[in-house]
Design a binder for this molecule. Structure first.
Ligand code: SF4
Length: 394
């Protein structure tokens, strides 16, 4: 380093909550630097990129090119773990996949003692996945399961409480597998228990349907988990689920949702992820999936037209059995419409219900955005401050 002023470093983050968390962790770890906005002039631009779809790749690539005209670029995260030969040839672009190594490169040491401090902080409890769903690049770029030891999580939960946060969001790449790589017997329920004891409100990130254990259901029945469940379905037809190498059937998925419904309040929000146009998806399979989704009480769904990722099994399937792009697009639009109807139906169904919410930001004078316990985004008039826990009648 050696310059008289600190290095000016700008961050640009794409992708999931884990990437957001890791960028924050890196920001707080770097010594002798000044963090500047990514629109300002910086000495180094750190791009934490995502590679989950072809669209995320191209967004990351565009941003890297743009920053490379202004200064040195360090590319990290999932996007950096796959090779991009074109960008690697640009002189001032360096690929450093692991954030620990980015910190070392900038003469600092990565600390875990940081969280993404919005009104509802994200806490990363693990990374990695070993499920290898046939369409997914994540196990290749994120590697095997790696859980954060429970004692470290407890320290961070205490820090979150000491800063007066009322809610914590437990995130990771595959949180249902938390603890499987540790030898102390801890699992996701152990983290939920501690998070509830220390912070109070606990929101779970995405959780696979087959990993909702009796212990987790018991905790849900005791209100230790907020009534919001994001359970990726991906498809509602068993034949497609099998090709996707998802380890459950549609019926098993439904059973998991019904078990949650039995122990949680009527305003519980269910969300999911769906892929439209997976290789070989017939009209009949699509209709089966549509009807299955329609029959479940989802209040929102993220729909992704299938995007083949090189190196996965489905990349090969797409070559021989790919669904035409216009059909993928059309099916994705039909599903998005279905989720939009479900979302407004859900909002109407809970009119008049008293819910708790966390205040997020002031939108304009005396008008705030807030997130309810069941994950609705709402606006509240009055005088509040971010992080505040309030009761609202919807
Ligand atoms: S569970 Fe499947 S979809 Fe989720 S990260 Fe692992 S491989 Fe990808």
């Amino acid at each position: 380093m050696g310059s008289s002023r600190p290095l000016r470093v700008a961050f640009y983050t794409f992708g999931c909550k884990v990437n957001l968390f890791e960028s924050e962790q890196l920001k707080k770890s770097l010594q002798n630097i000044e963090i500047v906005d990514s629109s300002a002039d910086a000495d180094i631009y750190i791009v934490n990129g995502c590679t989950v779809t072809a669209a995320s790749d191209s967004q990351a690539r565009n941003m890297i090119r743009r920053f490379a005209k202004k200064g040195k670029v360090i590319v990290t995260g999932c996007y950096a773990r796959k090779k991009d030969l074109f960008l690697e040839k640009i002189k001032n672009v360096e690929f450093i996949p692991e954030i620990e190594d980015v910190a070392r490169n900038l003469e600092s040491k990565l600390i875990y003692d940081a969280f993404f401090d919005r009104s509802r902080p994200f806490l990363k409890i693990q990374t990695g996945c070993d499920q290898f769903c046939s369409y997914c690049i994540i196990p290749f770029v994120r590697g095997p399961l790696k859980s954060v030891p429970l004692d470290k999580i407890i320290k961070l939960l205490e820090k979150i409480r000491s800063q007066n946060f009322k809610e914590v969001v437990l995130t990771g790449i595959h949180i249902g597998k938390y603890g499987l790589d540790l030898d102390d017997g801890s699992n996701l329920s152990s983290v939920i228990e501690q998070a509830h004891r220390i912070v109070g409100r606990v929101r779970l990130g995405s959780l696979e349907s087959h990993e909702i254990t009796l212990e987790i259901l018991e905790q849900a029945s005791q209100n230790k988990i907020l009534p919001h469940w994001h359970i990726p379905l991906q498809h509602g037809s068993d034949t497609v689920l099998k090709r996707m190498k998802r380890p459950y059937t549609a019926l098993q998925y439904r059973n998991s949702v019904e078990k949650i419904i039995k122990v949680t309040p009527p305003h519980t929000g269910f969300g999911t992820d769906i892929i439209a146009g997976f290789p070989g998806e017939t009209e009949a399979e699509f209709t089966e999936s549509y009807n299955f989704i329609k029959s479940l009480p989802f209040c929102y769904g993220h729909v992704f037209p299938f995007s083949p990722r090189e190196g996965t099994l489905a990349w090969e399937m797409e070559k021989t059995d790919g669904v035409k792009p216009e059909i993928k697009k059309e099916r994705a639009a039909i599903l998005r419409q279905l989720f939009a109807e479900k979302h407004s139906g859900f909002r109407n169904s809970i009119k008049g219900t008293e819910l708790t919410a966390i205040i997020e930001n002031e939108i304009e004078k005396d008008l705030y955005s807030a997130t309810t316990e069941n994950y609705l985004s709402i606006e509240i008039k009055g005088k509040y401050s971010p992080k505040e826990l309030v009761s609202v009648k919807i």
